[in-house]
Design a protein around this ligand. Structure first.
Ligand SMILES: [Zn+2]
Length: 130
């Protein structure tokens, strides 16, 4: 099947990913100067910025087409909003950077976003509930 014209960004992204992989290999080789590596990473960053701008333009065109085809703007907005928070939550959960604290009551390590401040200190939700 022939590639759809507006989705030719796939090739650019694949190339960028390959470049990144090669770049990491290059970083391992001490023969390659660090300054050169940093410069290449900056170039890649600029290229990816252009890729994102192109993708945004494509999404804009698709949204315009949807509206022209009779899809209500409210429906599009509702669906987009339903999609984004779920994605952001997933990113937060997969991130290992969650701050851990020790419960003042049971001494267990718990994520800081699930604790409560009491007069005896910061406690986990299980201790807070009991
Ligand atoms: Zn506890």
């Amino acid at each position: 099947m022939a590639k759809v014209g507006w989705w030719d960004g796939d090739w650019a992204r694949t190339t960028a990913i390959n470049d990144q992989s090669h770049m990491l290999d290059a970083l391992d080789q001490s023969s390659l100067g660090m300054a050169e590596s940093v410069q290449k990473l900056f170039q890649l960053d600029r290229r990816q910025g252009r890729d994102i701008a192109r993708l945004e333009a494509k999404v804009e065109v698709l949204l315009e087409l949807l509206v022209e085809a009779g899809t209500p703007r409210e429906e599009i907005a509702r669906r987009l909003e339903a999609k984004f928070p779920a994605q952001e939550k997933k990113t937060e959960e997969s991130g290992s950077s969650a701050l851990m604290v020790t419960c003042a009551s049971c001494q267990q390590e718990v994520p800081a976003n699930g604790t409560f401040f009491t007069e005896t200190g910061e406690v986990c939700d299980a201790c807070y509930a009991s």
